[in-house]
Design a protein around this ligand. Structure first.
Ligand code: FMN
Length: 192
């Protein structure tokens, strides 16, 4: 199983760095993070061997990070170098116990050293799921054909229209605007 979370690592100067990542949960094994190169998260994990896994349903963080809005409020973690998102429903503080290096996608096996729950989970929402899918598409703009991006976003927009709160609608608009800006940048010869 893969759960979509927000990893907060600390950069060399101590600045928290937030990035959405898939947390791989093998049936009987320890959790694994696997960032593609190049990645600030990867560099920070290699250097500090610690991170915070934030479980949040605030999908603005997922959409924002892939659109360049990285400045999400955090507070220091209790036991590791990393940041706890203000909107986290829960978080886990982790240490890296194993690195499988790879030229494309290293794997970091993690050990949880501390966990906290902050707020109740209040149910699933289709617009939140759509924003997560849209954010994944935006993170792959350079890999996927424009046709496919447009078709998938058109389909996802239905759930956003029907079920979004203002937060999900705002996050969706960031994604739509980012796709347009990226294409305009490409047409002008510089990707946004
Ligand atoms: C829901 C979601 C899951 C993602 N999972 C991964 C992942 O497992 N590995 C990865 O390298 N990037 C993943 N991404 C893309 C990264 O968040 C994005 O490329 C980010 O900029 C990572 O680079 P950074 O570490 O330099 O911030 C995901 C994006 C989203 C929206």
């Amino acid at each position: 199983m893969i759960r979509e979370i927000v990893v907060v690592t600390l950069s060399p100067d101590g600045t928290p760095h937030a990035a959405p990542m898939g947390l791989i949960l093998p049936p009987d094994g320890a959790p694994v993070l696997s960032p593609f190169r190049p990645s600030r998260t990867l560099d920070n994990l290699m250097a500090r061997r610690q991170a915070v896994l934030n479980y949040t349903d605030d999908v603005r963080v997922f959409a924002g990070c892939v659109c360049g809005r990285r400045d999400w409020p955090t507070r220091p973690a209790r036991r590791v170098a990393g940041g706890v998102l203000e909107t986290a429903l829960a978080h886990a503080e982790v240490e890296v116990v194993r690195v499988e290096d790879d030229p494309v996608r290293p794997r970091f096996t993690l050990s949880i050293v501390h966990e906290e729950t902050h707020a109740p989970f209040r149910g699933l929402n289709r617009a939140k799921a759509a924003v997560i899918e849209g954010a994944v598409l935006v993170s792959r703009l350079h890999l996927l054909p424009a046709r496919q991006i447009d078709a998938e976003m058109e389909h996802l927009a239905v759930a956003v229209r029907k079920t979004a709160a203002p937060e999900e609608a705002e996050a969706w608009q960031w994604l739509v605007d980012h796709v347009a800006a990226w294409r305009a940048g490409r047409a002008a010869g510089t990707a946004a």
